[in-house]
Ligand binder design. Structure first.
Ligand SMILES: Nc1ncnc2c1ncn2[C@@H]1O[C@H](COP(=O)(O)OP(=O)(O)O)[C@@H](O)[C@H]1O
Ligand SMILES: [Mg+2]
Length: 270
């Protein structure tokens, strides 16, 4: 259902996704795993045609990101942190608005909205404005909105980040149900324990490269590990993991310094 071939994304001089290849199929929860900064979100944004690929390609149900981005967008439902909601709209109005963008309307759309309100347990707040919602409530609406068109391929980027246990369970139940219905669920997360509990197969991404690909079980056996976290550390080596953390801290400090300079520059001009 999803084929990724030598996908590469370069930002300036930095390669955020480096020749990544994998296939994922209907009826599975496929994990895109790796620490923060590994390149997971960028991979997803390129597959979702939000960003252009530098080289390589991906196809979703046979639709290629280069030649048929429209077909790709119709076939996938993507949840990422950047996609916001309209605060002045109620939960239902947000869903309706995005349903309209997918060409849905009338009783069929209303039925789909009702179904999602029920499945994602949003009855209590479905007719309230999104501006007053908690993180968990907002995330549920964002999820509902991303799958309003009932796509065959569902790509969730850190879907339970910031959610409480109950809201997380609702999202997890939805992913399991979609898998049971034969859909492909791609779950991108840095949370190895979470992935271990849910994923049939995983791709481990580290420093922009895919390091390992296979069933969760095979990966554990291959690395003589009992948890995916241990498997990850065995694959990259504990030193490398520490190095990643240092790199990340350094990038953060460099970014902060840049922002500060920018703010100062602005004040100076004023
Ligand atoms: N638009 C961009 N411009 C420059 N660098 C970017 C951009 N988007 C992401 N990056 C960098 O690419 C790397 C991978 O980021 P991302 O894909 O968000 O990783 P992950 O989702 O695995 O945490 C990070 O170092 C990030 O700073
Ligand atoms: Mg990310």
């Amino acid at each position: 259902m999803l084929e990724v071939q030598e996908l590469t994304k370069v930002f300036g001089t930095f390669t955020a996704v480096d020749h990544v290849s994998f296939d994922a199929h209907g009826g599975e929860i496929f994990g895109l795993l790796g620490p923060n900064g590994a390149g997971k979100t960028t991979t997803i944004r390129v597959i979702a045609t939000i960003l252009g690929a530098t080289s390589g390609t991906a196809t979703v149900l046979g639709h290629d990101i280069h030649t048929d981005p429209e077909g790709v967008r119709r076939s996938i439902g993507v949840l990422t942190a950047e996609i916001g909601l309209y605060d002045r709209f109620t939960a239902r109005e947000n869903m309706r608005y995005f349903g309209n963008l997918y060409g849905m309307s009338g009783p069929k759309l209303e039925q789909r909205i009702d179904e999602l309100v029920h499945v994602l347990d949003m009855e209590r707040f479905a007719d309230r404005r999104a501006g007053s919602f908690s993180t968990g409530m907002k995330q549920k609406v964002a999820i509902a909105r991303s799958i309003i068109h009932d796509p065959q391929v569902i790509i969730f980027d850190e879907p339970t980040a910031g959610l409480d246990v109950l809201a997380s369970q609702t999202v997890i139940a939805y992913m399991k149900d979609a898998k049971a219905k034969g859909k492909l669920v791609v779950l991108s997360t840095h949370d190895m324990a979470h992935a271990q509990a849910l994923c049939d197969r995983v791709a481990i991404i580290h420093r922009s490269k895919l390091l390992s690909l296979g069933t969760t079980q095979a990966l554990l056996e291959k690395t003589h590990a009992s948890t995916l976290e241990q498997a990850f550390l065995n694959i990259v080596g504990e030193d490398a993991a520490l190095q990643t953390e240092r790199d990340r801290e350094e990038r953060h400090l460099a970014d902060a310094a840049k922002k500060k300079r920018r703010r100062f520059g602005l004040r100076f001009r004023l």
